[in-house]
Design a protein around this ligand. Structure first.
Ligand code: GTP
Ligand code: MG
Length: 450
């Protein structure tokens, strides 16, 4: 999959990571090569441009860490940006509580809609659903036969309806599902060679007749830019919810997969990786990026270094704590750790005894954490380490910078002062051992109740 692109990028990285130091010229040369490799993979020009710009900007401002060479740092940034190019987090099929749910597949001719219909039905059945496939490609009798053959192979019913009006067949298909107790309907539609008015009009009419929970655009990974253009026209005219990228098992260049999210704004939900009926899987942007960059080992190394970095920060904070001089930066660090671990609510759930206190566990507004972070981030380095310098006019500036009121800033500073006092007392009492996981003494938490 994406073999060419993968080989090219790996070559570039080998060059980069082999060097102990990176000059700006090294970075520039690597960026030029990455740009070329992406263009050759048929990634959309604009997408390439902003991708390279983003990587370059981060690479220039990147912190140099002891555990990674500059080259490895750059590779880490490329991985990160490529993951977000592919959609960032995993997108899921979202369906309503209505019965039956309706999923409609659209796409250009030969993109793999009918096959995807069977694969999706198969996947959903594995999740305990009872699918019905509806054949709305009335232009080629062979298309209906094809879906019926898939249905027989999978032992999943197919509704073929009567007449030649796909809108009517789709609507009747939904009724059929109700009558036969099927809880999810998958509508296969006709594709055309090019996106045209007629095709989009028909898709729009089927859509308004059956009101699908999800419209999925099937995009052939082998076709590159054309498919992405078609998808973006479709997004404007008919609108869809997500992409199923097909034929990823072939020697696709990668352009379609890498461009479609940026160009259409719609996430890739599924990847089809073969002709067999079980060759459909949820799409994971992070795994795909790693695969393209072909770098299991390097990735592990980078992730490890990241962890050490966090550990280092925690140890440093603990050191300061022991001396009793907690800074606002430490505070921010604690907040970030908490967020990373899934937020306060999930953290509280993990605490011993939390189960017994059901209902007593306070509802914490996670947005408060963001607000506190915003306030601290609006402070200068000096203000963070010596909050006592924060006078009235500084408070106003910080409040404006963070988009909060001066009252909020005052509250945070007050809570921080109290916390610091507590820490000092705690230290005097001979505490310091048995510190909480986050460097704060047990029972002490950041001031999220401000
Ligand atoms: N290798 C591979 N082949 C696929 C995949 N998905 C579909 N195909 C093949 O692509 C061809 C077209 O698939 P169809 O499902 O008929 O495509 P379609 O979009 O329904 O086509 P029309 O109905 O003509 O618009 C078939 O030969 C499929 O076997 C895939 O993920 N991998
Ligand atoms: Mg078809």
């Amino acid at each position: 999959m994406f073999q060419n692109l993968s080989d090219r990028l790996q070559g570039i990285f080998k060059n980069l990571t082999g060097k102990g130091r990176l000059s700006e010229a090294d970075v520039d040369a690597a960026m030029r090569e990455i740009r070329l490799a992406l263009l050759e993979a048929d990634v959309n020009f604009q997408v390439v441009k902003s991708f390279v710009a983003a990587v370059r900007e981060r690479a220039v401002g990147a912190e140099v860490t002891a555990s990674l060479t500059p080259g490895q740092t750059v590779v880490g940034i490329v991985l990160d940006e490529m993951t977000s190019l592919l959609g960032g987090s995993n997108a899921r099929l979202t369906m309503s509580s209505r019965v039956p749910n309706v999923i409609m597949l659209v796409g250009l001719q030969g993109s793999g809609k009918t096959t995807a219909c069977g694969k999706l039905a198969n996947l959903l059945r594995k999740e305990g659903r009872r699918p019905l496939m509806v054949a709305c490609d009335v232009y080629r009798p062979a298309a209906i036969d094809q879906l019926e053959a898939l249905g027989r192979e999978l032992d999943i019913p197919v509704y073929r309806g009567q007449g030649s009006d796909p809108v009517h067949i789709a609507a009747e298909g939904v009724k059929q599902a109700v009558a036969t107790m099927r809880d999810v309907v998958i509508v296969d539609t006709a594709g055309r060679l090019h996106i045209d008015e007629e095709m989009m009009d028909e898709a729009a009419r089927i859509k308004s007749a059956v009101r699908p929970d999800q419209v999925i655009m099937v995009v052939d990974a082998m076709t590159g830019q054309d498919a992405v253009t078609a998808a973006s026209v479709f997004a404007e005219r008919v609108d869809f919810d997500g992409v199923l990228i097909s034929k990823l098992d072939g020697d696709a260049r990668g352009g379609a997969a890498l461009s479609v999210k940026s160009v259409t704004g719609k996430p890739i939900i599924f990847a089809s990786v073969g002709e067999k009926l079980d060759a459909l899987e949820p799409f994971h942007p992070d795994r795909m990026a790693k695969r393209i960059l072909g770098m299991g080992d390097v990735v592990t190394l980078i992730e490890k270094a990241q962890e050490t970095l966090d550990e280092q920060a925690v140890t440093e904070a603990e050191e300061r704590l022991r001396k009793g001089d907690l800074t606002l930066d430490d505070f921010l660090g604690q907040l970030r750790q908490i967020k990373k671990m899934g937020g306060i609510a999930s953290l509280l759930q993990m605490m011993p005894g939390a189960g017994r206190m059901k209902g007593a566990v306070p509802e914490v507004d996670e947005r408060q954490l963001d607000r506190i972070a915003a306030i601290i981030q609006s402070m200068t380095a000096e203000e963070r380490s010596k909050p006592q310098v924060i006078n009235g006019s500084r408070r106003e500036r910080i409040a404006t910078g963070a988009g909060v009121t001066v009252f909020d800033v005052n509250q945070l500073l007050k809570q921080f002062a109290q916390t610091r006092k507590l820490v000092k007392q705690f230290q005097k009492q001979g505490g310091g051992k048995g510190r909480g996981k986050f460097g704060l003494p047990p029972g002490m938490q950041p001031p999220f109740g401000m």
